[in-house]
Ligand binder design. Sequence first.
Ligand code: PGA
Length: 249
Amino acid sequence: MNQLIVGNWKMNGSLAANAELLAAVCQGLATAPASDVAVCVPMPYLAQAQALLSSTGVAWGAQDVSSHEAGAYTGETSAAMLRDFGCRYTIVGHSERRQYHGEHDDTVAVKAQRALAAGVTPIVCVGETLAEHEAGRTEFVVKRQLSAVIHAVGHCTSEIVVAYEPVWAIGTGHTATPEQAQAVHAVLRAQLQAATPRAQRVRILYGGSMNAANAAELLRQPDIDGGLIGGASLKASDFLSIIASCRTA
Ligand code: PGA
């Protein structure tokens, strides 16, 4: 299975800046990349992503989805709406959602379920905070976070994407070492294996200060199946060089 590189633009961009960035990314990918590529954009730009990327090999998605199906939920965006705009993916449970919007494991699990039901692949983020890391609780935390989702989605577990993003590595320039990341990915793989016979096809991405300089080493690890890229996805040359660092299948 190809590795998967996903840009998480967070709350950045404008119509003009996005058009420039996506044109540069698509131009740089003119020769077919060895990996799958997607960008997760802010909701108002989904239509733009759909218009600009439909005839390219780059997929697009959202950064969150409502845990509700439809109705009186002001400000929310449903999974069916994401599907309407051609989203292949949506991030769920990003640490910034957990931290600033009070999302707990059970909400994240329902979001993953909603996405799958609408035909949108959830990219389920797990990761420990610095305090949890220092207390040696990494394994406990990521297993708890993933187990809520596995429990909710059941036999569809093989359809999700997982992203391990240590919170202390996000936007800080402090990347996990390839060995640290691989060790956690192996734990997650084993957990998936216990849940589905098709665990090998679940892509487990690493995220947290992945950049052009450290991507190759991370992407060489056996259980790192791609990257979720924040800051470095906003610059076409950086994003392209991460994509070029992927293992060839
Ligand atoms: P970063 O963000 O690459 O800027 O650290 C990753 C993420 O939050 O998905």
